[in-house]
Structures are given as C-alpha cells and as structure tokens.
Design a binder for this molecule. Structure first.
Ligand code: SAH
Ligand code: SF4
Ligand code: F3S
Length: 514
C-alpha cells in the first residue's frame, strides 16, 4: 500500500496540545490517525507489484523519544509474530527505549497478538482486562495492540467499545511506522488506530534485536494466498510476497559471521517462495541449495504446505549436511472429503505420495504435522481416516487443534452438526496416538550418541542443560555451562514421551550419528 492509499479514510482529529503526554515537543509530527481494518479489503489480491525498500530511517526529531523510558512486548502466536517482535524491539531501541521484562516497569506495553483460534484471542482480551488496573494507576503508560488480531474489524470494534484504556492499535503491515504511531499516541487523547488492510511493501533494512545469539529466525516471505477455508492468516498477513534471494543470503551470511548456530527460514507457506517473482524462476529448493553453502551448522524452514512441496526441494534436502532432516508438514486431515472442504488442494493419496517421495530421498527423515479435528460436519469415519493417516505416515509429533470458527472465513458460515463434546473426545483420542508415537520415536534414541545444540539451562533445573537434536528433539543432560551455544555429543540414556535424557560424552568418543 502506498502513502496515498493509506491516507484514504484517515481522519485527522484536533487535539489540545496541552493534553500531550510527553515532554518533548513533537507537535510538528502530530496527526491522530483513525484507520480501522477491513477484512473485505484484505481479501482482495491486487496485481500491483511489491516494492522493496531499503530506506527505513528514524526521523531525527523522534530519535530521543524513548530516552529514560522502557518498553515491554508480549508475543502471542507463531514464529512470524516472534520475529516481528524482534523487529519492533529493534525500533524501540533505535528510539532510545530500554527493554524490560516486567509490565510494572514499562512505559510502553505492546501485545503482539494472534488471531488463529478463539482461545488465542481470549487470552489477549483477558490480558487487556488485567492491564486496565495498571493503566489506571499510571495514566502516562502507553498500551498498544498489534499483530494479527488488529487486522480484524470485530476485534478493533470490541477494543474501541470495551477496552478504551488502549492507546494504540496497529497491524502487521505497518510495524515500520511504529515511531510515528508512538508519537501520535503520546500526542493524542484519542485511541490511535492505524491498520492497513492491504499488505505493505517489503522493507528490508528494519533494525532487529534478536532474542538470543544461538538461533535466529529469517523471514523469506510474507503473507499467504492459500485461503484454506478455516484460516484467518491470508486476511491478517496479506498476499504472498517473497524477499529477494540476495537479501536473504546476505542476512544469513551476516548471522553466520556473528556465530549463530541455527537459522530457521520463515513463512506461512515457504514452499510458495519465489512464485511471485516476475523476473526470475527461483524457488525454495534454489534458495536452500545456496544457503546450505553458508557456514552455519543448522538450517531449518517452516511452514511447508504439502501442495507446493516440489521435487527439486526434496532433491536439495537430500544433500543433508547443514539442512536438518526434520520436516514440519501440516496435513490437517486424513480424509480427502474434509481436505476438499478445507480447500487444501490435495487428497489423502497425494499427501501419502509426497511422504513416500520424501522418505525415498531422505530415509531417516522426521516428519511432524498440524491437525484440526472437529471440522464442520466431520464424521466418525473421516476422523478415523486422520488417525489411520497419522499412523501410516509415522509422524513423530503434532500440534493438534479443535476447529475454531474465524469470522470472515468461509468455514465460519458452514452449518456444523458435530457437538463440542464429540470434538473434545476426538482431540483426546488423537492426542493419545500422538503421544504414543512420539514416545515410540524417542525410544529409538536410547543408547545412541546424538549432536545437541545446547540452548541453556533446563527450565526446571539449573544444573541440567537443555538443547535440541538435528530432528528437533529436546534433550536434557548434565554438562558444563561452557557447552551453551555449542553443538555437543550426548549419549541418550532414557526416553520420555516428549523429551530425552542423556549424558554428554567426552570428545574422543564423539561420533557422527543420528
Ligand atoms: N501456514 C501454516 C499454518 C499456520 S497456522 C500451514 O498452512 O501449514 C498453524 C496451524 O493452526 C494450522 O496448521 C492449523 O492446523 C491450525 N489452524 C489454523 N486455523 C485454525 C482454525 N480456524 N481452527 C483450528 N485450528 C486452526
Ligand atoms: Fe492458513 Fe492455509 Fe495459509 Fe496455512 S496455508 S496460513 S493454513 S491459509
Ligand atoms: Fe497467529 Fe498471525 Fe501467526 S494469526 S499463527 S500470529 S500469522
């Protein structure tokens, strides 16, 4: 979206300058924005070209805005949101703010929200309720809502009506406007709402403060054009836009030079990477084939859509090396009829064929998945097809969900004859199979020596270290703190349902297995 489009529908409200909440005079920059979202607009996929920008800079006048102030961001949802939080943290720091991890200390609180299921949204509304108290005690505190929920009209209307203590709402397409939005919020008595319903361009040079120095996220594309009938993401994240390969490669090289041990390439549907390029034919396989040559020990990617998973990518992944042999491949259902209503655009048989090809090329690959149970009108037989597919593929783990209607999506309008108790019972039955097969997959590790990237102390016991194997299995083991940030070999002593226990082995015992 360009500036002109953005300004359409924007109302500039008058505010008394004495109401301003910050001491510095930002009045030159003053504008109170009211630009609410529209799902209808978001649905349209325009033909306009994506423009790439390298010109992000913080306005001289806004630079000291955060001096002496602290920010706090709470992140909900997927890795895309976690990474957006890293970018927003980068912008805050560039404005002179300091980070804090307690809301009580913060001068600005942002909730970076997720809209994928109703319970994700309810958590945010609950938190907004809790924060009302803090805002009453400290009226100069700025409270903002951003992320996927902000892109929904119903959410913005609810906040405007019920959560009037919120100071600002902005969406997923304009996080680079954070400095101006903050400034507007300081200057205004009204709630600042600036949500772009159509995707923005790709801004390359945004600052980032990464959460750790061991693993890093790297966006390779934004948005999703798949429009699975249950899913809100194509509306909240806009159309598919791929970053240029040279920009991605440069970022990965830079991370390698900084000593990062693992990168995860991110997108809602990474297999569609490059399909929007008009000047080059270049896909995820090509990108991975280049990135694997960079000296970084581990490379992962998420999330894959089975439909676009092509042979070239399989061929490249089979070269292994630093390309990890774990693929997260959401199937959603094992029933061809349900898949059709979901608009997943593959059948059970096509999915199984893809799995067969992947396993032929990478025999010891670990596959994990996402599954939705209780889709509108899902029959007992259709649900059982999901269970049988799960076993047939031999998935090692899964994220499982009860279908949650999302306003504005086609599935939300479908009549549904499956009672909630039945959905809950199906989820339990599926989870029992998921647990059983996870434990089975982990059992095979007993006695093996595997490389583990050590991330830090275990959550429950500071004497124990925790890290992940190539196939992304959690390992807890005793070892020296100097191992943190390194890949060490661990002998697995026993397997639990979701994690492994082990002992670090001496260097002379090191072996390349898994
Ligand atoms: N882009 C990814 C999925 C992102 S959302 C993909 O297509 O694979 C993560 C998961 O949330 C989805 O795979 C799906 O299993 C689940 N999900 C999405 N919308 C949902 C809804 N309305 N109700 C329940 N689960 C949903
Ligand atoms: Fe949602 Fe489907 Fe896109 Fe995944 S591929 S984000 S499930 S619409
Ligand atoms: Fe949630 Fe948005 Fe991610 S809806 S799952 S945070 S893309």
């Amino acid at each position: 979206m360009n500036e002109e489009q953005r300004l359409q529908g924007q109302q500039v409200k008058e505010t008394n300058p004495t109401d301003k909440k910050s001491e510095k005079d930002y009045s030159k920059y003053f504008e109170t924005v009211f630009l609410p979202p529209s799902l209808k607009e978001a649905k349209k996929r325009g033909k306009e070209e994506v423009n790439y920008h390298n010109d992000f800079k913080i306005d001289e006048q806004l630079r000291g805005m955060g001096t002496g102030k602290k920010f706090y961001i709470r992140t909900y949802g997927c890795q895309m949101n976690e990474h957006d939080t890293e970018v927003m943290a980068g912008i805050f720091m560039a404005l002179g703010y300091e980070a804090t991890d307690t809301v009580e200390d913060a001068n600005v609180i942002l909730l970076n929200t997720c809209a994928i299921r109703e319970n994700a949204e309810n958590k945010v509304f609950g938190e907004l309720g809790h924060l009302k108290h803090l805002k009453q005690q400290r009226p100069d505190l700025l409270l903002g809502v951003c992320g996927c929920m902000s892109q929904e009209e119903s959410v913005v209307n609810k906040i405007l009506k019920t959560y009037t203590h919120v100071d600002m709402i902005f969406g997923t397409h304009n996080i680079h406007r954070l400095p101006q939005i903050l400034n507007d919020a300081y200057m205004s008595k009204e709630m600042v709402v600036e949500v772009w319903s159509k995707e923005g361009d790709v801004v390359e040079n945004l600052p980032k403060v990464r959460r750790g120095n061991i693993k890093a996220w790297v966006n390779i594309m934004y948005g999703c054009d798949k429009f699975c009938t249950y899913c809100i993401v194509p509306y909240t994240r806009g159309k598919e836009r791929s970053r240029r390969p040279e920009d991605i490669i440069q970022e990965v090289r830079h991370l390698a030079a900084q000593g990062y041990q693992e990168i995860t390439l991110l997108g809602q549907n990474v297999n569609a990477y490059g399909k929007d390029f008009e000047d080059i034919t270049y896909g995820l396989g090509d990108l991975m084939d280049e990135i694997r040559k960079i000296d970084i020990p581990r490379i992962r990617f998420t999330t894959s859509h089975p439909r676009d998973f092509d042979d070239h990518l399989i061929e490249v992944l089979a070269k292994k090396g630093n390309l990890m042999d774990h693929i997260h491949l959401p199937v959603q259902s094992g029933s061809t009829d349900v898949l059709k209503i979901m608009a997943r655009k593959y059948t059970r048989e096509q999915f199984l064929e893809l799995v067969r090809k992947i396993k032929a090329a990478i025999p010891d690959v670990a596959l994990t998945t996402d599954i939705i149970v209780g889709y509108p009108n899902e029959t007992e037989e259709q649900f059982e097809e999901t269970i049988s597919l799960y076993r047939e593929v031999g998935f090692e783990s899964a994220y499982t969900f009860i279908y949650s209607p999302r306003e504005g999506t086609p599935a939300a309008k479908m009549k549904d004859n499956v009672p909630m108790e039945v959905k809950k019972e199906r989820l339990q039955r599926l989870n029992a199979v998921v647990n059983e097969m996870s434990a089975e997959a982990l059992k095979k590790y007993e006695g093996q020596i595997v490389p583990v990237l050590v991330e830090g102390e275990s959550k429950n016991n500071p004497d124990i270290l925790a890290g992940y194997t190539n196939k992304n299995k959690l390992v807890n083991f005793k070892g020296p703190k100097t191992a943190i940030g390194k890949i060490v070999n661990v002998k697995i002593t026993d397997a639990k349902t979701w994690s492994l226990n082990g002992e670090m082995v001496e260097t002379h015992q090191l072996a390349e297995v898994e």
